[in-house]
Design a protein around this ligand. Structure first.
Ligand code: FUB
Length: 340
């Protein structure tokens, strides 16, 4: 079966699932939840928001996070354990500030925390830290992963035990400043009618801390097989790439940023191309929308965040979860989790 044989009908408003979930964590502000099942438990690797006093701008300077906490739960709805500070920017030799959305992976009983941060030159890079425990604490390598840049790392383990690193984000995520593998201070966006900037993928080496290849572009196509364009900001990639696999299909989901959706596209390979299919999560309270998708004990869950706990402050968010529902054809039921 090919992607073309995978029909997805547009959903009517009546089919949208209205969801109301409580923040999972209330004694910290948390965001960008990357969830995984390790040792039969659900582990969540979020960003740790706090009030830094830095004014809001289009580059996300107000997201000035400096450490990570890891959380876990044995069962959905059960007690959540805070494993404490998993990694602090002061313990990362190469990083200066802005520890944004992280992810984690496990291989042979060792755990890897992937995280973006700005280096001494204010360029976002992706670092990695290791631990024998999924809850940390993690010890960072002295240098970022070679050939990585921009933000929002997500590691996908395929059924053949190969691991792939996805990353990238525009605006504050700096993807538009990378031309021919070189960083330029000037923003360079393709014209509105040209193909949009693309998320990146690279296979990881078996050491899990280096890339096995130069990062490649991921194509996201429309229903006619044409790449989504810069001007198509209701559907084009902005940040927060995540990949899960279901029934042999690869689902790439991501945030559309300035249009605030979590959208998804489906493909036959971890490299894509992926064909746009629809919206998983409509805009939430707060500017950013960032999620992860994980299967736990036979059900699929969407982890996401909103700013309800802070009464709407974009840089003070709280993570939430809800069950993800699929239609028989493999398409995902759109969720509306807006709370006022
Ligand atoms: O949390 C900081 C940034 O905001 C993340 O890296 C983006 O994905 C957005 O959620």
């Amino acid at each position: 079966e090919k992607v073309e044989d995978f029909p997805v009908e547009p959903q009517s408003e009546a089919e949208v699932l209205n969801v109301s979930s409580e923040p999972l964590i209330t004694d910290n502000f948390t965001a960008d939840p990357s969830a995984h099942v390790f040792q039969d438990k659900l582990y969540i690797y979020p960003s740790h928001d706090y009030y830094s006093g830095i004014p809001e701008d289009d580059l996300g300077s107000h997201f000035n996070m400096r450490d990570y906490h890891v959380y876990s739960m044995d069962s959905v709805g059960g007690k959540i354990t805070d494993h404490g500070v998993a990694l602090d920017v002061k313990d990362v030799k190469w990083a200066k500030r802005q520890m944004w959305a992280p992810d984690a992976a496990e291989k042979d009983g060792k755990y890897y925390l992937y995280f973006p941060a700005k280096d001494k030159d204010d360029i976002f890079r992706i670092g990695v830290a290791t631990s024998d425990n999924p809850g940390g604490p993690f010890v960072a390598l002295p240098e970022p992963i070679e050939n990585t840049f921009s933000i929002d790392p997500a590691v996908f383990k395929d059924s053949d035990n190969e691991y792939y690193l996805y990353f990238g984000g525009i605006w504050g995520g700096q993807l538009q400043r990378w031309q021919n593998d070189t960083f330029e201070m000037e923003d360079a966006y393709p014209a509105d009618t040209a193909s949009a900037l693309k998320p990146k993928i690279a296979k990881l080496n078996s050491d899990m801390v280096s890339l096995a290849e130069t990062p490649r572009d991921i194509q996201i196509l429309d229903e006619n097989g044409k790449e989504l364009t810069t001007g198509d900001n209701e559907r084009r990639f902005f940040e927060a790439a995540w990949v899960h696999k279901m029934n042999g299909k690869y689902y790439l989901s991501y945030s559309t940023g300035d249009t605030h959706n979590i959208a998804y596209a489906v493909g036959d390979s971890p490299y894509g191309p992926f064909t746009y299919k629809g919206v998983i999560l409509k805009p939430v309270l707060g500017w950013t929308n960032h999620h992860s998708i994980v299967e736990f004990k036979g059900k699929w869950y969407l982890f996401y965040h909103d700013s309800s706990l802070s009464g709407g402050k974009t840089y003070l968010r709280s993570i939430k979860m809800t069950e993800l529902k699929f239609n028989d054809d493999g398409s995902i039921r759109t969720i509306d989790a807006m709370v006022s």
